[in-house]
Design a protein. Structure first.
Length: 226
């Protein structure tokens, strides 16, 4: 049976912190924009209190979540956990997401105060201010045995950060952010740091809208010409 709460009940906190993977859902305000769902793996998340959840946003080729959360008037986010072992369970956290971008004062303060373990390639800490929690059965979810976390992403961005620190801007993390993380699929600004670097270094962001139909729908909704 489904149950709803205003905050995370104590009975769910320990279970949430034991999970190995969760999903983040967000969307732009535009009706023609792309809804995004991102999987998150690894123990890079935590709970400050029953109304506050956080996770470390690691670098990837997309930047949809950060773009949606920082869109003026937006900030909507849903976090989903589900059980792959033991009793079936699905938990959703609905809230407003606050982006604490790497290098900012808010980021540094939060990381220090909450003893957040960050790694090479960390883009931000996303703090979710929860206004609704839902728990449901999850009877249809299959069993899966956890084997291990993949090291590939961490190793890749360790090299990018090392290149940056060695003065190799071409292969460094800042240029990667500027190329891959300065715009969302729908053209919303991504990482603020990436946007600044793209302008400073004259780096054109990667084109993510490949479908002609998508481009026409997007430009029509925006009132521009394809």
């Amino acid at each position: 049976m489904g149950a709803f709460y205003e905050t995370i009940p104590k009975s769910l906190i320990a279970w949430i912190l034991e999970q190995k993977v969760f999903w983040i859902a967000s969307a732009p305000l535009s009706a023609s924009g792309h809804i995004n769902v991102s999987p998150k793996g690894g123990q890079y998340f935590g709970i400050v209190d029953p109304q506050t959840f956080w996770y470390v946003d690691l670098t990837g080729s997309g930047v949809e979540t950060l773009s949606h959360l920082q869109e003026p008037g937006n900030g909507r986010i849903t976090v989903l956990f589900n059980a792959f072992e033991g009793a079936p369970k699905i938990v959703r956290l609905w809230g407003w997401g606050e982006v604490l971008e790497y290098g900012t004062e808010k980021y540094l303060d939060f990381v220090k105060e909450n003893e957040v373990k960050t790694i090479a390639g960390t883009r931000a800490v996303v703090v979710v201010h929860i206004h609704q929690v839902g728990s449901s059965c999850g009877f249809s979810m299959p069993y899966y045995d956890f084997k291990d976390f993949r090291p590939t992403l961490n190793e890749f961005f360790e090299k990018r950060v090392a290149a940056e620190e060695a003065g190799n801007k071409k292969d460094g993390i800042e240029n990667y952010w500027a190329f891959k993380n300065s715009e969302s699929m729908d053209g919303l600004p991504g990482m603020r740091r990436a946007v600044e670097t793209s302008k400073k270094e004259n780096i054109k962001p990667i084109k993510k809208m490949r479908s002609i139909i998508c481009m026409v729908l997007y430009t029509f909704a925006a009132g521009t010409t394809p």
